[in-house]
Design a protein around this ligand. Structure first.
Ligand SMILES: N[C@@H](CCC(=O)N[C@@H](CS)C(=O)NCC(=O)O)C(=O)O
Length: 232
């Protein structure tokens, strides 16, 4: 008997669920988005006791409810054998996932900021601060395009997501050439991004109903309205 697809509860958009969507897809775990539209739906979800912190995202799968976006990412990575071959590789994956969290704040804020240029300035600072470190890690791993070990891990998947969404932020704000220019100094990250986004699982995600466009312009405004309505 086929088990029910996992359900990922969030808003109608990317936000803090986007990394989970990439990780679940790369781990070949079927899931569907459950998108909240009203404060009543959110209140009912809180009342159900399924949300550990009365926050979304939450993944419901196999009778278990998992809160915290990075816990969902790690859950997917463990199930999909994307957490490295041994404890050393797992620790290196963890180190990179936490670095990505530090580097990615401006992506989450993008639709909530009045001025996208200001958001891209913050992203630029984060690129200068963290991306050379990611590039050096790929070089040190010496197994291109991977950043940990000799096969795909969740660290590769979330680095590719970071490159993808950062490029989209630059393209939406300054045009596609700005995104190309932003990526130019990072040849190893570019190769990693190309590899991961070429995987059939990530292509399938991008072509599925689980995919939301980058939250710029009207998409961003609609998303912000949805979040504010649900949390009001
Ligand atoms: N660290 C958590 C943060 C989750 C979070 O802040 N969720 C927001 C929506 S993006 C929320 O549910 N806020 C409602 C609240 O805190 O009352 C994660 O990454 O999942």
């Amino acid at each position: 008997m086929q088990s029910e697809a996992a359900k990922l509860y969030y808003f109608h958009g990317r936000g803090r669920s986007q990394q989970s969507r990439w990780a679940l897809s790369a781990a070949k775990i079927p899931f569907t988005n459950v998108c909240l539209s009203s404060s009543r739906e959110f209140e009912e979800l809180c009342a159900s006791g399924k949300l550990t912190y009365n926050q979304v995202p939450m993944l419901e799968a196999g009778g278990q409810c998992i809160s915290q976006s990075m816990a969902i990412v790690r859950h997917a990575a463990r199930l999909g054998s994307l957490f490295g071959r041994d404890s050393q590789e797992s620790s290196r994956c963890d180190e990179i996932l936490d670095g990505i969290t530090d580097a990615r704040g401006a992506i989450i804020s993008f639709p909530f900021m009045d001025d996208p240029h200001e958001c891209c300035m913050r992203l630029q600072q984060s690129i200068q601060r963290f991306w050379p470190c990611f590039e050096a890690l790929i070089e040190r791993n010496a197994s291109p395009p991977y950043v940990v070990g000799a096969s795909l891990t969740v660290a590769d998947v979330l680095l590719a997501e970071l490159v993808d969404s950062t490029s989209e932020a630059f393209a939406a704000t300054f045009g596609p050439e700005a995104a190309v220019g932003m990526l130019a100094p990072f040849s190893k990250l570019r190769a990693l991004h190309q590899h991961v986004t070429g995987l059939p699982e990530i292509q399938a995600l991008k072509n599925s109903d689980n995919w939301f466009p980058f939250p710029a312009g009207k998409v961003g405004a609609d998303y912000v309205r949805n979040v504010r309505t649900v949390l009001s």
